[in-house]
Ligand binder design. Structure first.
Ligand code: LLP
Length: 417
């Protein structure tokens, strides 16, 4: 494919050059249409039984995006008190929020209990801690537990969250120790959840993990919900026509597994999943400016203002993001390509957006457009090298462009001192 953004008219007729001039670069740009479409898709993964997708907000907590989730009727999961507070600010009622924390102090559990938000406890120690708080506060008796499924999957070892090598969840061998703690504090386990990892395009490991969790679920009586976690991948190599996550095939293969469980268990609890990336990744791009081009030891470096402070995924996981070069508002055709690395402004050799990539020729003053940056992009951005974090704008469904987070200023950075 020559240009993804042009093939779907990502900017909805707006000129990316004008957007970049008005709001500055680097700039996160989101497509309301794409995000709504993906949220709608994940909310229909299961239609035969009671089901809700929980958008995993760690992927992107911009308030406007959370409000889109609210409007799309999708629920959310949160990992921290900050995420819980953002969801409350967006207007989510407590029964549409699931708190899935890891090693948190009393303060965060107490916030959830006081706000009637169901918490998934990730270890026997956290069930104990939670139980003591319930005894103190006199509420929050219903809770969930995160099970380590024993298997994992993902694009990098750093994002595999299931299996013996990870810190997450309660190991199957420890499951018999859960009930005595629940009894001690008069707690009732109403749900179990898991998450095997992130960014897979083959549904098989997830289906295996669903089957495994349902086998474990048969040992718990009276569950109100079972949550299979997130991880559905997106095609990061779309310019090379990589295929989408096979959602329809996945749904077809999931159903008989659920049917078998429901028939054994006697009823269908609410089923949930926790997609983050799938909801927002493709709905976001980053626009940056080419500030300098140089040759070093025979290699070409396209120096932009998108550093690892703006998008850390390539530096952190060797992640691949497609890049388009935009000149005079149009994508430069993928012709006469040559090898170049795309870098940012950060004082680290690992500050590479793309390494030895075949790209059309770039010129100083061009824009670069980094695709699939809507998930774990801004959410993981930092102020490293004392660079304020970028602004975020949204291309709304009516074609208008709205700033949905202002650019951080140097004053913002100084204000903490
Ligand atoms: N549920 C739980 C408990 C999780 O830990 C995660 C992601 C999700 C759901 C959502 O997973 P998703 O559907 O987005 O794959 N920063 C990494 C990804 C880390 C994911 C951490 N947990 C990246 O940029 O690839």
């Amino acid at each position: 494919m020559n240009s993804y953004i042009e093939s779907i008219d990502f900017f909805r007729g707006n000129d990316p050059e004008q957007i970049a001039e008005k709001y500055g670069t680097p700039l996160y740009v989101y497509s309301e249409d794409t995000i709504r479409n993906r949220m709608e898709t994940v909310n229909k993964v299961i239609t035969k039984y009671d089901y809700t997708a929980n958008y995993s907000v760690k992927a992107n907590t911009n308030l406007t995006i959370l409000k889109l989730a609210l409007d799309e009727g999708i629920n959310c999961d949160a990992m921290s008190m900050g995420e819980l507070m953002m969801l409350k600010k967006a207007g989510f009622p407590s029964d549409r929020i699931f708190f899935v924390p890891n090693n948190v102090p009393d303060e965060e559990l107490e916030y959830a209990i006081k706000n009637d938000i169901i918490v998934s406890l990730d270890s026997l120690a956290q069930i104990e801690r939670y139980g003591k708080l319930v005894a103190k506060l006199g509420k929050g008796h219903e809770c969930a537990a995160r099970i380590n499924p024993g298997v994992g999957a993902g694009h990098s070892e750093k994002v595999v969250t299931g299996g013996k090598k990870t810190k997450f969840g309660i190991a199957e061998a420890d499951i018999p120790k859960i009930q005595p703690i629940l009894d001690k504090y008069d707690l009732k386990l109403i749900g179990i959840n898991q998450h095997i990892g992130s960014q897979f395009l083959d549904p098989q490991p997830y289906l295996d993990a669903v089957e495994n969790l349902l086998r474990i679920a048969r040992g718990f009586k009276g569950l109100k919900f079972i949550d299979f976690g997130g991880g559905y991948g997106i095609p990061y190599h779309k310019l090379e026509d990589e295929a989408d996550y096979p959602m329809e095939d996945f749904k077809t293969r999931l159903l008989p597994i659920l049917d078998a469980f429901v028939s054994d268990y006697g009823y269908a609890p609410l089923f949930k999943s926790e997609p983050g990336r799938f909801c927002v990744a493709e709905g976001g791009v980053i626009l940056g400016r080419v500030n300098a081009i140089k040759e070093n030891a025979g290699k070409t470096y396209i120096g932009t203002d998108i550093g690892m402070n703006t998008l850390i995924r390539p530096a952190m996981y060797d992640s691949y993001h497609d890049i388009e070069i935009i000149r005079d508002g149009k994508t430069v055709p993928r012709e006469n390509m040559s090898e170049a690395s795309v870098t940012g402004q950060i004082c680290e050799s690992g500050d590479l957006l793309a390494k030895d990539r075949m790209l059309p020729e770039a010129k100083e003053g061009d824009l670069v457009c980094v695709l699939d940056a809507g998930a774990y992009g801004y959410a993981m951005a930092s102020t490293y090298n004392t660079r304020p974090r970028p602004a975020e704008v949204m291309i709304c469904s009516d074609g208008s462009v709205k700033q949905i987070r202002r650019r951080e200023t140097y004053e913002d950075l100084m204000a903490l001192f």
